[in-house]
Design a protein around this ligand. Sequence first.
Ligand code: IPE
Ligand code: IPE
Ligand code: MG
Length: 246
Amino acid sequence: MSFKDQIDPKKLPQHLAVIMDGNGRWAKQQGKFRTFGHEKGTKAVREITEACAEINIPYLTLYAFSTENWNRPRLEVELLMKLLVSSLKKEIKTLQDNNIKLNAIGNLEALPKKAQRELEEVIDKTKENNRMMLTLALSYGSREEITKTIQEISHKVKNNLISPGDIDEEIIQKHLYTQNLPDVDLLIRTSGEQRISNFLLWQIAYAELYFTDILWPDYTKNHLFEAIVNYQNRERRFGKTSEQLS
Ligand code: IPE
Ligand code: IPE
Ligand code: MG
């Protein structure tokens, strides 16, 4: 039986998040510049997005550029920003054909104006789509997000809109970039690295983690389906005992 046939449609992760890693190493293996790997990586973005829509995962979040990635060589950063603009232009069709709504999280104001405009345009054009929400994490860092959240809540406390004792998990969640998204159920990282790299720290509190050695440009639908089957065979206890769940 193929991995796809083994997927139980009633036990799908509602929110799948992916750390798309390994573009640079993939390119190096071919004796090419790192940027070649980023270009190839966009094909995997399309394939995985379509695969998620196909099996009806409602929320997919892709880590595309971190706050720390600004520290990469200037030319690589410039290429990544150009690639963002060209991919948005090109993939609007994929989004419309698959009824996917685009969303973005992160310090978006740090992006070049051109990328901000393109992003706004695609978000606006796809805002009525309702099969799946694709969220791109761009200039995203979880610590930046939590810091901003604390600043906003502090302002509200100072202006007597909230009292300190009223601050609870729900209020914090409502101030995160991910306020419209449920908690992450499954987090996949490609390329063999086993770390979180400042991605969705609050939101992955109870996520299942899945690491694979496949480099992002080589990541296919079948690899994704394999990860989902693996996820579905785990017991998510949320602190309870196994007996309590059955
Ligand atoms: C992921 O691939 C893409 C981004 C972080 C933008 P990398 O560029 O990190 O590739 P490796 O990890 O160096 O192979
Ligand atoms: C994490 O990958 C960020 C993205 C995939 C966008 P990195 O390649 O930047 O992570 P580290 O620095 O190796 O942890
Ligand atoms: Mg990397």
